[in-house]
Ligand binder design. Structure first.
Ligand code: 5RP
Length: 228
C-alpha cells in the first residue's frame, strides 16, 4: 500500500461496521478492499460476526476464506445486501472508473446484484472529471488483436496490459485487460461506454455508472466522510 495506508485502514474499518449478522455481502478487490476484509476478519474473531460473502476476485476470496469468512459461489446467492469495493476514480456524480486490479467484470456483476454498492476510497481517488487514470476493459483473448484495432478505429489510444514476463495479463476469468488512455478529461462517460461495449470482444468496461450508493472517503487526517 502507498502513502494513504492509514485512510485505507480507517475506511475499511468503517465499512466493516456496516455488516450485520445474517447478511450476504459482496467483497471487493484491491488494497482498500483488502483493508475492509481484514477489518471484517477481526470482527469475526472478536465478535463472532456471522455473515456470508461472495468475492470479486480469487485474491479476495482467499483472504476472506483464510480469515474464517464463509465465502460462497455467486450462483448460490439470490442477491446481496451490500457490495463493498474500492475505486480508481470517482467524481461528484458518483461515476467511477474501476479495474486497476483487473477485477472489473466480477466487480460489476457483484455490484449489480447488490441492494447497495458502498464505495470505499481515500481522498486521492476523488476527481472533478474521470479520465486521468485511463479506462480498463476486459476483453476476450479470441481475436484480441482485432478487438484492439476496432477500439483504435474509434479513435481511442489502447494498450494490452501485460505481466512481468511481457505476456498478456490474465484475469480471474481467463480474459485479457486492455487499458485506454485519454488525452483530455472525460466530459460524459456514457457515450464512450456505449461505443466500447458495442465492439465485439469487449466484455466489459471499467466505467461504473449509476451503481454507487454511499461513498466512504478516508481523509488524510484520519476522519471519514460519508457521502449519502
Ligand atoms: C480492482 C479495482 C479496485 O477497486 C481499484 O483498483 C482500487 O484499488 P486500490 O484500493 O488498491 O486503490 O477496481 O479491479
Amino acid at each position: 500500500m502507498k502513502g494513504s495506508d492509514c485512510s485505507k485502514r480507517a475506511v475499511g474499518v468503517a465499512a466493516a461496521n456496516l455488516v450485520e449478522n445474517g447478511m450476504t455481502i459482496g467483497i471487493g478487490s484491491g488494497s482498500t478492499a483488502s483493508c475492509f476484509i481484514a477489518a471484517l476478519i477481526k470482527r469475526v474473531e472478536t465478535e463472532g460476526l456471522h455473515f456470508r460473502a461472495v468475492a470479486t476476485s480469487l485474491a479476495s476470496h482467499t483472504q476472506a476464506q483464510q480469515g474464517g469468512i464463509q465465502v460462497l459461489d455467486i450462483n448460490e446467492v439470490k442477491g446481496l445486501d451490500l457490495a463493498i469495493d474500492g475505486a480508481d476514480e470517482i467524481d461528484a456524480y458518483k461515476q467511477m472508473v474501476k479495474g486497476g486490479g483487473g477485477a472489473l467484470l466480477r466487480e460489476k456483476i457483484i455490484a449489480s446484484i447488490a441492494h447497495e454498492m458502498v464505495v470505499i476510497v481515500d481522498e486521492s481517488k476523488l476527481v472533478d472529471h474521470l479520465g486521468t487514470f485511463g479506462l480498463p476493459l476486459e476483453i476476450l483473448p479470441f481475436g484480441f488483436s482485432h478487438t484492439l484495432r476496432a477500439i483504435e478505429q474509434k479513435k481511442f489510444k489502447v494498450s494490452l496490459r501485460v505481466n512481468g514476463a511481457n505476456k498478456p495479463l490474465l484475469t480471474d476469468n481467463g480474459n485479457y485487460i486492455a487499458d485506454i488512455s485519454f488525452s483530455e478529461p472525460i466530459e460524459d462517460p456514457e457515450p464512450i461506454d456505449y461505443t466500447l461495449l458495442k465492439i465485439p470482444g469487449v466484455l466489459e468496461t471499467g466505467f461504473f455508472l449509476g451503481l454507487a450508493g454511499r461513498i466512504f472517503v478516508g481523509k488524510t487526517d484520519g476522519t471519514i466522510e460519508i457521502r449519502p
